[in-house]
Design a protein around this ligand. Structure first.
Ligand code: GLU
Length: 275
């Protein structure tokens, strides 16, 4: 049975790109008699607001979507992320990173990744004594994945994209990514992998901008012994000038368009779904 999900972060109002993701997942579940789930990705408490969480429920219902209850909220599952982090640590694929953004910028020579410079590995090279000294001095580190080591353990991987197409995984695509931020003890990458498995998601539908992250997610699934869902990374909804819609940068919120008098059917059509 197909189980899909829509997993927004309540850091702003939903825009047309979100509507496209939600509708893609909802239709995929519907067409196969499967299940459609909603997950609130509120792990980053510094940016999430209850008002946006309420608006997610309201806007999706207004759009004509329905989803199963209970809704999973990441903030209620911190212990599961901590357990996954401990399991990765036991495999020897994590290291503490004490760097500030300034330290990383000052180091220069960072290799380019798909989403900007990759972490240049400064703290990977710290010896055990120096690590102990910093921890004893009260420094709270982030935890990073040692991507090279992880690749060695995970072996060759791929994912199913939109059916039979196999995409080979480049395990070092996002470099030594942060899996536990200093301030929240987890990260999007860690939480999303744990959550998709915990919710039994069989098909992840999300924008193609997140396909880069799937390289890392497949590695984490392999290391944690979790079943890999299929993926469908859909095209992004672009604005009139061909720019991608994002929450920042003036993307039109669904409620703003709705207040301007558009119907749910018109918004569904704008997001690429004429029903
Ligand atoms: N929470 C992410 C976002 O709002 C989506 C994560 C996902 O679909 O995997 O962009």
């Amino acid at each position: 049975m197909t189980v899909t999900r829509f997993a927004p972060s309540p850091t702003g109002y939903l825009h047309l790109g979100h509507a496209a993701s939600a509708l893609t997942g909802w239709h995929a579940a519907r067409q196969s008699g499967g299940r459609f789930l909603l997950r609130i990705e509120d792990i980053d408490h510094t940016r999430c607001r209850p008002v946006f969480e309420d608006a997610i429920h309201e806007d999706l219902a207004w759009l004509g979507l329905d989803w199963e209850r209970p809704v999973r909220r990441q903030s209620e599952h911190r212990a599961e992320y901590a357990a996954a982090l401990a399991a990765l640590d036991a495999l020897g694929v994590l290291y503490p990173c004490f760097c500030t953004r300034k330290d990383i910028e000052a180091a220069g020579q960072a290799p380019q990744g798909p989403e900007g410079p990759l972490y240049p590995g400064l703290c990977r090279a710290l010896d055990a004594r120096e690590r102990e000294r910093r921890l004893a001095a009260g420094a709270v580190p982030a935890m990073r994945l040692d991507a090279k080591r992880a690749a060695g353990i995970a072996g060759e991987l791929s994912w199913n994209e939109g059916g039979p197409a196999q995409v080979p995984v480049d395990p070092r695509r996002l470099g030594d990514a942060v899996l536990a931020r200093k301030d929240i003890g987890a990260s999007y990458h860690l939480a999303v992998v744990v959550d998709d498995a915990a919710q039994g998601v069989t098909l992840v539908t999300r924008g193609e901008d997140l396909a880069e992250a799937t390289h890392l997610h497949r590695v984490l699934q392999a290391l944690l012994g979790l079943a890999a869902p299929d993926y469908h990374h859909h095209k992004l909804v672009l604005d009139d000038e061909g720019r991608r819609l994002a929450k920042r940068g003036g993307a039109k919120g669904i409620r703003a368009i709705r207040e301007a008098g558009m119907t749910p059917a018109e918004i569904r059509a704008l997001a690429g779904f004429s029903d």
